[in-house]
Design a protein around this ligand. Structure first.
Ligand SMILES: Nc1ncnc2c1ncn2[C@@H]1O[C@H](COP(=O)(O)OP(=O)(O)OP(=O)(O)O)[C@@H](O)[C@H]1O
Length: 303
């Protein structure tokens, strides 16, 4: 990480990230652009004028040691849209998703969700890391569905879904349980409310995880390869639940290798390779008429 300078005197060096670090000086995003959403520089998805982007990623760079995994990523996501991120193994797809709720901290650049900077606040010409409690509060507004479900094994399906709303004080215990039962019914698990994860199939566990992600009524849900750990015959039931969720007004960003899902459910398909967004657009254009040779090569292997 580059050392903090000048105006960041009060900022511990390790927490301070120069705003323009990843961006060539000539293209640097003026600091004012980091505040009002409507003034933000290059909007790649067509967000209607005057409407805040659901997610705005600008100049995000992330390295693990010498491995630059994200290399100046810009992405804008419209509210209510489904964005499907595809690309070869190691392209940086999961890392990009994890920067959106600050599970990974960008080395440079920033992420805003509904106009709010994630994980940092702006201090003069630097971003300063938020306290852990504030980051957790931001994360509570963003659903996350992992490849490996991550359910509490000692809680029933109902208790898994009800846990966060009750623990955060968003709902009374009985309200949280009532809503959890509704959500589990929505994902087709009305008869499994009292089942422990160990007694559920992978597809059922993942549907519980989706219900859990919906429990705090987030405007945005991130899916990190939600069907990759499933037996092939269980993939369809999870994708069906995700398709139902698409179009309900919730913004979804889905990292997946399921090209069929991308074709049917996505508003935008994003193709990533080597830490960069190579190509993005509506599924019919990116999947059927890719412009970039790298996208064509990738699709010729997976289709
Ligand atoms: N915590 C970490 N520490 C070190 N390297 C990491 C870490 N997380 C990811 N990487 C590396 O970053 C690169 C990109 O990983 P990432 O998981 O984002 O790729 P991906 O496109 O999602 O790949 P896949 O489709 O295989 O899941 C890989 O080389 C990976 O080994």
């Amino acid at each position: 990480m580059t050392a903090a300078t000048g105006a960041a005197d009060a900022v511990p060096t390790t927490d301070a990230v120069p705003i323009t670090d990843a961006i060539p000086v000539a293209d640097a995003v003026p600091i004012r652009d980091a505040v009002p959403v409507t003034d933000a520089a290059p909007v790649t998805d067509a967000v209607p004028a005057g409407i805040a982007a659901a997610v705005e990623i600008r100049g995000v760079t992330k390295s693990f040691g010498a491995n630059r995994v994200l290399d100046g990523v810009d992405l804008t996501v419209c509210p209510g849209h489904v964005t499907v991120v595809i690309g070869p193994s190691g392209a940086g797809k999961s890392t990009l998703l994890r920067t959106i709720n600050h599970l990974e901290k960008p080395d440079a650049g920033y992420v805003r969700v509904n106009g709010e900077l994630i994980g940092v606040r702006q201090q003069k010409d630097h971003f300063r890391e938020l306290p852990e409690r504030a980051i957790l509060a931001q994360r509570a507004e963003i659903g996350f569905v992992f490849q490996s479900f991550n359910l509490f094994p000692h809680l029933t399906a109902l208790e898994n879904v009800a846990a966060a709303p009750a623990a955060t004080g968003r709902a009374s215990k009985s309200e949280a349980r009532e809503r959890a039962a509704e959500l589990l019914t929505l994902v087709g698990l009305a008869d499994k409310l009292d089942a422990y994860p160990g007694r559920l199939s992978g597809g059922q566990q993942q549907r519980v995880a989706i219900a859990r992600a919906m429990a705090l009524r987030p405007g945005l849900i991130l899916f990190d390869e939600p069907t990759s750990a499933l037996d092939p015959e269980l993939v369809g039931e999870v994708l069906a639940v995700m398709k139902d969720l698409a179009g309900t007004g919730t913004t979804l960003i889905v990292v997946t290798h399921e090209i069929g899902f991308a074709r049917e459910a996505a508003d935008t398909v994003v193709f990533m390779d080597a830490g960069r967004i190579v190509e993005q657009g509506p599924p019919r254009r990116v999947l059927d008429h890719p412009e970039h040779p790298r996208t064509r090569e990738f699709l010729s292997k997976v289709l």
